[in-house]
Write a protein that binds this ligand. Structure first.
Ligand code: BTN
Length: 319
């Protein structure tokens, strides 16, 4: 690891606290001049590092640059490989490629500040502008079959809710299957993709893609999603995206271990009891959502008063 990376790790782990040049040089086993050089490079990259005579250097609390070093400070599973990009095509694409090419550990993640080709369910675009959100993909070896893949999405939904509550103080609702809502607006989308063994039906690996709208983009959301999309925080309300990314992964690794769909997934769901639109291949129809079963399927009553069970349908709360 370079001196710059090690310095960033130290500053991020004690954000807001002054660390003396002497102490930093001792810990990094370099000269004080080398510490100063690394500080200068980090500042050029946008890090707000304060320097005070007799006190040393401190990374400002409001600094919110996504970095591998900072995410790792909060990650419980230290074996995981972490890659962070300021701009990338899509974290899911890169993670899937890495998963095929390298044997990365369970819980490895790719995170980005912006994506140029973010995708959601059914190949839909996922708007991923810079400095507004958090976009990440996590690699799992889930010991589940394809039939149980809904459990992974449910685990991710619960994990994000808990992490957002812990890091941002905001409580989100889950819209079956894979969206998170705040006050009737979608603020997060989750996409689980898996590679399975055809013969056994076992999942070889899964990539869980999570896109969070933390703030409304400066130019507003694009016309086509403006009515539906929302943000978790008001601009100006600070958060630490590095901590949030790590907390999501920490919670996801715990949740994905558990068998079945957690009761929290069902409790947090905002769909039961509402009239919803269900989109099929060609048509769309309105049904009443009754409840989410223990296996995660949604029980609905159709227009003819008949009960139906939905597995993976695309549903809308707007009818
Ligand atoms: C959806 O709303 O249908 C799911 C959206 C999933 C978006 C995330 S952002 C990180 C990862 N990279 C992608 O291209 N998609 C997922």
């Amino acid at each position: 690891m370079s001196t710059k990376s090690k310095l960033l790790e130290l500053l991020e782990s004690q954000k807001g606290t002054y660390l003396s040049g002497e102490e930093l040089a001792r810990q990094l086993q370099v000269s004080r001049a080398a510490v100063w050089k690394a500080v200068k490079t980090l500042r050029q990259e946008g890090y707000q590092i304060q320097a005070a005579t007799n006190r040393g250097y401190a990374l400002k609390q409001e600094n919110d640059i996504l970095s591998r070093e900072a995410v790792r400070c909060f990650l419980e599973h230290q074996e995981a490989e972490v890659q962070v990009f300021q701009k990338i095509s899509s974290t899911r694409r890169v993670m899937k490629q890495l998963a095929v090419e390298k044997q990365l550990p369970h819980g490895s993640l790719v995170a980005a500040n912006s994506q140029t080709e973010g995708r959601g369910r059914k190949g839909r675009k996922f708007y991923s502008p810079e400095s507004s959100g958090l976009y990440l993909s996590v690699l799992l070896y889930p010991k589940k079959t394809l039939r149980q893949s809904l459990e992974i999405t449910a685990a991710a939904a619960v994990a994000v809710c808990r992490a957002v509550e812990g890091c941002c103080g905001v409580s989100l609702g889950i819209k079956w299957v894979n969206d998170l809502y705040l006050q009737e607006k979608k603020v997060c989308g989750i996409l689980t993709e898996a590679v399975t063994d055809f013969e056994t039906g076992e999942i070889e690996f899964a990539v869980v893609g999570i896109g969070l709208n933390l703030y409304e983009p400066k130019e507003g959301f694009p016309e086509e999603i403006r009515r539906k999309a929302g943000a978790i925080l008001e601009r100006g309300v600070r958060t630490d995206r590095n901590r949030l990314a790590a907390c999501i992964v920490n919670e996801l690794l715990k949740e994905a271990e558990k068998p079945g769909i957690s009761p929290e997934y069902r409790q947090r769901n905002i769909v039961p009891g509402r009239q919803i639109k269900v989109f099929g291949n060609q048509e769309c129809r309105v049904v009443k959502a009754e409840k989410i079963l223990e296996d995660g399927r949604l029980l609905v009553t159709n227009g003819q008063g008949e009960r139906e069970l939905l597995d993976f349908a695309d549903v809308s709360l707007e009818i």
